[in-house]
Design a protein. Structure first.
Length: 160
């Protein structure tokens, strides 16, 4: 059988195969527009401490933005060990995997209100967008369904 025909047949049958086995790919829970807006908001807020690439601070040279560029409240918050936890990677997904996305957004709300970024008075929509960006940065794919502060999907389930 022609290889292209087999690939086309599998592509058409894929959804049917998943429904027969009872396994379905997790549905996307945010839009690309939300993740794009979240990236900009993240870089202007959370990214100052957690770094632009979301890997956190380990006190190493080359972390962006550079520590010396941060205002005093941020430096004081980061502290002398210069460590800030990552928002991407297996450890992050494992740590928060059981939480619903609504719970994760609430957690981020608490962080936004109790850290130096609190001076930015981030709206709930901004936090939702930042969460969408974090999801995307961890490998989740956007779709047509917008993320909301009430999305009950568990964080870890979108990576299964």
């Amino acid at each position: 059988m022609n290889r292209k025909v087999v690939i086309a047949a599998l592509a058409l049958m894929g959804p049917a195969l998943f429904s027969v086995t009872g396994q379905q790919a997790p549905s996307a829970v945010f839009t690309a527009a939300q993740a794009d807006a979240g990236r900009t908001a993240y870089e202007n807020s959370c990214g100052r401490c957690h770094t632009y690439n979301l890997t956190g601070r380990k006190g190493e040279e080359g972390e962006l933005p550079p520590l010396e560029s941060l205002p005093e409240p941020f430096l004081k918050f980061i502290g002398p060990k210069q460590r800030v936890p990552p928002l991407v990677g297996k450890a992050f997904v494992t740590k928060y995997g059981e939480k619903s996305l609504a719970d994760l957004i609430t957690f981020f709300r608490g962080a936004a209100d109790s850290t130096p970024v609190s001076v930015l008075h981030m709206s709930d929509d901004t936090l939702v967008n930042i969460t969408a960006y974090i999801l995307q940065s961890n490998g989740a794919k956007p779709g047509n369904q917008p993320l909301t502060g009430k999305t009950s999907t568990s964080f870890g389930s979108i990576f299964e």
